[in-house]
Design a protein around this ligand. Structure first.
Ligand code: APR
Length: 317
């Protein structure tokens, strides 16, 4: 076997070396979190190898030690501690994430089957959309333990909400905390009762109509960028997934929203959807059942129904 990483370092494989995949590799390298394998389809092997070489050369200027391997061969992913899946097509203007279901589902099935053979013990973070349905399929086809597969959406959606709140209030983004739960789509649930500025509940700072506008902008946060760029966001999505990977690899036990398996929590069963989790060396170590207001509960139930509908539609494809 070719050694794709230093034996003394962790290894993260990125499936899909496009916009998010490239930014992920760059961030992981800069933070020396792990060595990186960038994998894409055979037609894009050159792109993977080129990005890998460019990033390794970048390390001589920035001063990081990181081995980055570009490949189209899943054997190179063997022994990965973490796998981040970005494979799939992104949205174009006017599309919803759900419009990507049939094409990305097929891609996810092939990716997960390959990972099953090569990285059965990895902590898997899915980014491909429609997110919650992709996580479900990945877990099913890949046969991963339920606590070892999750989806990145909540950290990103929360980051978007934090930015909008910080701008509205004229305070530092460092002090604003927000949590967005539910499915990564139009039905997402910005949990305003837990939004704070350094611990102070947001409601004491902001008028209800302004908060409602921010909630709505958050739910459309991805679409706003797709409309501007013609493709979907990649800087913040990559950073969000790296935060989750770091919490696992370093056993930080951060409390982060993630699309995780629910087995009765919040009254949700047999579904992966955005909930507060603790991520540590055991993967998704816990789903934290916070108290929600009646409105938030109703929104979450609606979101659960939408995700379930999508998962059922996927099962028929
Ligand atoms: N195996 C591996 N890689 C694949 C496969 C596959 N079967 N099918 C497609 N890919 C690769 C593409 O070749 C492309 O390089 O996935 C990569 C996706 O990159 P981009 O098109 O740049 O898309 P990106 O913006 O990175 O988004 C990826 O994440 O946020 C979601 O909605 C977004 O589903 C999309 C995904």
């Amino acid at each position: 076997m070719t050694h794709t990483h230093s034996q003394g370092r962790k290894k993260i494989s990125i499936i899909g070396a496009g916009n998010i995949g490239g930014e992920l590799a760059s961030l992981i390298a800069r933070t020396e979190l792990a060595d990186v394998v960038l994998l894409d389809i055979p037609e894009k092997e050159g792109l993977c190898k080129g990005k890998a070489l460019d990033l390794e050369q970048n390390g001589t200027i920035l001063g990081y030690d990181c081995r980055i391997t570009g490949t189209a061969n899943y054997k190179d992913t063997a022994g990965s501690d973490v796998v981040v899946i970005t494979a799939g097509v992104p949205r174009k203007p006017g599309m919803s994430r759900d419009d990507l279901l049939s094409i990305n589902l097929k891609i996810m099935r092939s990716v997960a089957a390959n990972l099953k053979d090569n990285c059965p013990g990895a902590f898997v973070i899915v980014i491909s959309n429609p997110l919650d349905a992709m996580v479900y399929e990945c877990a099913k086809v890949g046969g991963f333990a339920k606590n070892m597969v999750c989806g990145m959406a909540g950290v990103l959606d929360s980051a978007r909400m934090q930015l909008f709140l910080a701008q509205e209030l004229g305070v530092s983004v460092k002090d604003v905390r927000a949590m967005v739960l539910g499915g990564h789509g139009d039905t997402m649930v910005p949990v305003t009762s837990y939004c704070t500025v350094n611990g102070v509940p947001i409601k004491s700072f902001i008028a209800a109509d302004r908060l409602a506008a921010i909630v709505s902008r958050t739910a459309n946060g991805g679409g706003e960028i797709v409309k501007l760029m013609g493709t979907s966001a990649y800087y913040a999505p990559a950073t969000a997934a790296v935060a989750m990977a770091a919490s696992y690899l370093k056993d930080q036990k951060r409390l982060l929203p993630a699309a995780a398996y629910c087995n009765g929590e919040f009254g949700i069963s047999d579904l992966y959807i955005g909930v507060p989790t603790v991520i540590g060396k055991g993967g998704i170590e816990k789903v934290v059942e916070i108290t929600l207001t009646d409105d938030e509960k109703a929104m979450l139930n609606k979101s659960v129904a939408a995700v379930r509908e999508l998962v059922d539609a996927g099962a028929k494809l």
